[in-house]
Design a binder for this molecule. Structure first.
Ligand code: MN
Length: 229
């Protein structure tokens, strides 16, 4: 049997290393900070957060040009802590969930907000709003042994040097361990999986030429520039 063609494997750089992390799946958590739920005026802030996916080849690395996506007039940033898994697990208890973690990165859940809202109004899947090309910028992965305390780290997102989002990861509704435990009840998690853990308040639009930077204490920063399509 011969493959007709070999699909490229998307990889993310490991910080301070020449090794790369091959991406298998990209999971994202929706509604994981109370202040963002309030600003979006959606849902009940006591609701459980929920999961969605982006295609693995939507991941782009630090420094990559991100083309402004088609068919939107409201491309928005969501700065997020990203968890990179290095081990497999199903039905993982919270107490053992962090054993699956290889490292952490700064990421952006890019969103075509106008498309997301239109999908919501039509009561159809969000996919057009979330799972487009280059929608998952991810910084270099810092091995967990080298990362700071990501459970209570400062997260800052700036556009052209101006701070737009600022939070502490301790304000997440679901902790990293709880997210992994819950997700592993629905899916068998595998090495190569990335989990975007949700965004705090302050999300907003960008235009071509804007530089978006995400900094999380103890992790390598992520910086991308939005280009004209
Ligand atoms: Mn998000």
């Amino acid at each position: 049997m011969t493959l007709l063609f070999a699909p490229p494997v998307t990889t993310v750089r490991m910080a301070g290393s020449d090794r790369t992390f091959p991406v298998r799946r990209v999971y994202c958590v929706g509604r994981n900070y109370v202040d963002h739920i309030r600003e979006m005026k959606e849902g009940d802030e006591r609701d459980d957060p929920f999961f969605f996916q982006k295609p693995p080849d939507a991941v782009v690395g630090d420094g990559a040009p991100v083309p402004y996506p088609p068919r939107t007039e409201d491309l928005q940033f969501e700065g997020e802590l990203v968890v990179a898994l290095g081990a497999a697990g199903s039905d993982v208890p919270v107490e053992r969930a962090l054993d699956l973690v290889l490292g952490y990165a700064a990421g952006i859940d890019l969103t075509r907000r106008d498309r997301q809202r239109a999908c919501r109004e039509r009561r159809v899947s969000w996919e057009a709003g979330k799972a487009f090309d280059a929608s998952a910028p991810c910084g270099p992965i810092t091995a967990k042994t080298d990362a700071g305390d990501v459970a209570d780290a400062s997260l800052r997102l700036s556009v052209n040097g101006e701070t737009r989002q600022r939070t502490r990861t301790s304000l997440m509704i679901w902790s990293v361990a709880e997210i992994i435990a819950q997700l592993s009840a629905d899916y068998r998690l595998m090495p190569g999986d990335l989990i975007y853990t949700g965004t705090p308040a302050g999300v907003g639009a960008v235009v071509p030429g804007d530089e978006i930077r995400v900094e999380i204490d103890g992790l390598a920063p992520l910086s991308i520039v939005v280009r004209s399509l």
